[in-house]
Design a protein around this ligand. Structure first.
Ligand SMILES: Cc1ncc(C[n+]2csc(CCOP(=O)(O)OP(=O)(O)O)c2C)c(N)n1
Ligand SMILES: CC(=O)[C@@H](O)[C@H](O)COP(=O)(O)O
Ligand SMILES: [Mg+2]
Length: 605
């Protein structure tokens, strides 16, 4: 039955069925469970009142758009969520006409929605924004622009008092204050009614008006919204379908921009997610009965987290900075042990970078741990605030390479390209866990400019008897003829796995472990490339302005004309699916990697 024809009982029943479906599918495929459990009633009420796709419904980040997907024609395929070719993790206009704009990064919702509102004056445009994402710099720029304009725009502040973990910052405190505004609304209405009904002398009316004024002063935060040019409705119970529908009906006939403050509970309806909202924000497959996730081996993020704690113990100048990803980047222990040297700046990557610049210029040793995809947001700060002053800020670029199920908005495929385009960065992609620890040791006393250490979203890999990492030096792991394989980061492991197959096919060669992407090991190249017919450069990154490109340019500049094959990602738009499958599909793993290398050699014969 169409949701528009449902009565409140039917909607409430549907909400429960959808909750069961969410828990079932996410327990199998992994995904953003708690955010979606929190917006079930809210999303159903939106679709009851508004007419998608004529009216445009957007979700900032879009990690909470599963219910929207289910009620807009993707119910049957929902079991394929986040799998290759299946329903995607975020909003995607290529997936459905009901997805008004792509999403995945926090803070783009308000800007996109206001643009859509400007272009579609006959449609209502509704954008759902979380209490953490609304404090993002881009959101604030948009709010500044939206206030007092965009009559068809409705902003739904989904306030669950959580980011992925604890929500931080003064704006988050401001929104908590707004919670009192329900009392304020009632009070204000009562005072207004009194003034209207009283029909009494000016004097009493004046007193009541002043009373209204002081109530307003007392509950100032809400009045600020009105002063900023937004009609304010709230605070609404985000799990009360009746109240939601009534409010949305009201908003539908009002002139905007309207800000509706909805209070929801992250994880609502699944006890484990209600109790541990951070764990269930984004979770890998789990057991529905116990809420337990299968324990895996250590990740590179964990190794970073352990090492930075050891280093922070000895070196009191070490600071750790996170942009709302404390757990994901492995920084939980450091934040607990050294709160005075830990800064979670919220979803504010640009600010995180420049803040670290401020620490570095004051002689501190900042470590900024940010996912590769989110650091894209701070490209300008990397240039203007870090590179131009050659500041020794250390960047731990997490989730570098293919991340998997989070898909094209989250793949960390651009960081090598952007770091190599900025002057002065040392760029390291450790090939093993031990090299990550060694790179971190090197970084501690590296004062000659900024440094980026990129780590993949994968479990640890180590090689017995591997030689220690030296600044700017590559290592030969295997000696062979004709072909020179230079592998950085995660690609060393991929190469080692297929080396026997390469030999079997008669295309074995020398294998070089190249953690240093910049500076290149120029001496190694000059001394060795002449001995080989083919040079293969392997990296889990986008092909343009890549490690391979920089080797190619270097050899060309030196007149060392060799055939260099870039074994990298030919497209940066990598869809969602399992990381290993995507590596395979893109010719960076297993037999596809071997075929690709063989194909390069055959094509050049
Ligand atoms: C630019 C950017 N930085 C970081 C993230 C990672 N991230 C995804 S959701 C999220 C928290 C969002 O909190 P909120 O907006 O309150 O939504 P909720 O999950 O609580 O519904 C973060 C930090 C992101 N998607 N985009
Ligand atoms: C929606 C979002 O941006 C994050 O929740 C992200 O999905 C986290 O990724 P990890 O699971 O790799 O930490
Ligand atoms: Mg939130």
């Amino acid at each position: 039955m169409n949701i528009k024809e449902m009565n409140i009982n039917q909607i409430e029943k549907l909400a429960q069925e959808i909750r069961t479906q969410l828990i079932d599918v996410v327990s199998k495929n992994g995904g953003h469970l708690a955010p979606n459990l929190g917006v079930v009633e809210l999303t159903l009420a939106l679709h009851k009142v508004f007419d998608s796709p004529k009216d445009k419904i957007l979700f900032d980040v879009g990690h909470q758009s599963y219910v929207h997907k289910i009620v807009t024609g993707r119910d049957k395929e929902f079991s394929t969520l986040r799998t290759r070719g299946g329903v995607g993790p975020f909003l995607n206009p290529e997936e459905s006409e009901h997805d008004a704009f792509i999403s995945g990064h926090a803070g783009s919702g308000l800007s996109a929605a206001s643009g859509i509102a400007a272009a579609n004056p006959d449609s209502k445009v509704i954008v759902v924004v979380g209490d953490a994402s609304i404090a993002n710099g881009t959101s604030l720029e948009a709010l500044n622009d939206i206030g007092g304009r965009f009559r068809n725009l409705i902003i739904l502040l989904n306030d669950n008092e959580m980011s992925i973990g604890e929500n931080v910052g003064s704006l988050s405190r401001f929104f908590s204050k707004l919670l009192v505004s329900k009392t304020y609304m009632n009070l204000k209405d009562e005072v207004r009614t009194l003034v209207r009904k009283a029909k009494i002398g000016k004097r009493v009316g004046g007193v009541l008006k002043r009373a209204e004024h002081s109530v307003k002063q007392f509950f100032a935060p809400m009045s600020i919204c009105e002063d900023l040019g937004f009609k304010f409705l709230g605070v609404i119970d985000g799990h009360d379908s009746n109240e939601l529908i009534e409010t949305f009906e009201k908003a539908k006939i009002m002139e905007g921009p309207i800000l509706i403050h909805v209070k929801t509970q992250k994880g609502k309806g699944y006890s484990f997610a209600e109790k541990n909202q951070e764990k269930f924000h984004g979770i890998s497959p789990f057991d529905v009965q116990t809420g337990n996730v299968r324990k895996g081996s250590s990740s590179y993020s964990q190794i970073f987290g352990e090492k930075i704690c050891q280093m922070g113990e000895k070196d009191k100048d070490i600071y750790a900075i996170s942009a709302a990803m404390v757990k994901g980047t492995g920084l939980v222990n450091f934040f607990e042990k050294f709160p005075e040297r830990s800064h979670n700046v919220g979803i504010a990557e640009g600010h995180a970078v420049t803040f670290a610049g401020g620490l570095a210029i004051s002689g501190k040793k900042p470590y900024v741990a940010i996912y590769s995809t989110f650091l894209q947001r701070a490209y300008s700060q990397l240039i203007h605030d870090i590179s131009l002053q050659n500041l020794p800020v250390r960047f731990i670029v997490d989730r570098a390479g293919i991340v998997g199920e989070d898909g094209k908005t989250h793949q960390g495929v651009y960081d090598i390209s952007y770091f190599l385009s900025i002057e002065g960065f040392t760029v390291i992609a450790p090939t093993t866990c031990r090299e990550l620890e060694e790179a971190l040791e090197i970084s501690r006393n590296h004062t000659n400019g900024p440094m980026a250490i990129r780590i993949p979203r994968s479990t640890c890999y180590d090689i017995d008897g591997d030689k220690p990492l030296e600044f700017g030096k590559w290592k030969e792991m295997e000696k062979g003829k004709k072909n020179l394989y230079i592998a950085t980061g995660s690609m060393l492991n991929e190469l080692m796995v297929v080396k026997d197959e390469l030999c079997k096919r008669g295309i074995g060669g020398t294998i070089v472990s190249a953690a240093f992407i910049s500076p290149l090991d120029e001496n190694y190249l000059v001394d060795n490339v002449k001995n080989y017919d083919n040079i293969f450069v392997l990296e889990e990154a986008y092909d343009k302005n890549s490690f391979g490109t920089s080797i190619l340019e270097f050899l060309n500049d030196r007149g060392l004309y060799k055939k260099v094959y870039k074994i990298s990602l030919e497209s940066a738009k990598i869809p969602h699916g399992k990381r290993d499958d995507l590596l395979f599909e893109n010719g960076l793993r297993g037999s596809k990697l071997v075929d690709r290398i063989e194909g390069c050699i055959n094509a050049n014969k």
